[in-house]
Design a protein around this ligand. Structure first.
Ligand SMILES: [Zn+2]
Length: 84
């Protein structure tokens, strides 16, 4: 399946975070890799997006938008560090 790089997630995630999310760093809960979100692999469809770890391919974040609500699932990250 084709994917975009994590930079493409900036538009949707900027609706939630008032900072540049692509420069944020996160730790993959599966393999422990620490990378900036921009290096993740982004898969999108009509329902939302899935970010996968560039190292192990596990899901690190999911976002769906429905009825003017954005639902984020970040359980694939041990932590997310944002520059403020
Ligand atoms: Zn990983």
């Amino acid at each position: 399946m084709d994917y975009l790089d994590g930079n493409a997630a900036a538009g949707l995630l900027s609706e939630v975070f008032a900072v540049d999310v692509t420069s944020a760093r996160g730790k993959c809960a599966h393999c422990g890799d620490v990378s900036v979100i921009a290096k993740a692999h982004l898969y999108t469809d009509d329902h939302g997006m899935v970010l996968r770890c560039a190292v192990c391919g596990d899901v690190i974040a999911m976002a769906t938008e429905r009825s003017s609500r954005l639902c984020l699932d970040l359980r694939g990250l041990d932590w997310l560090e944002l520059e403020v």
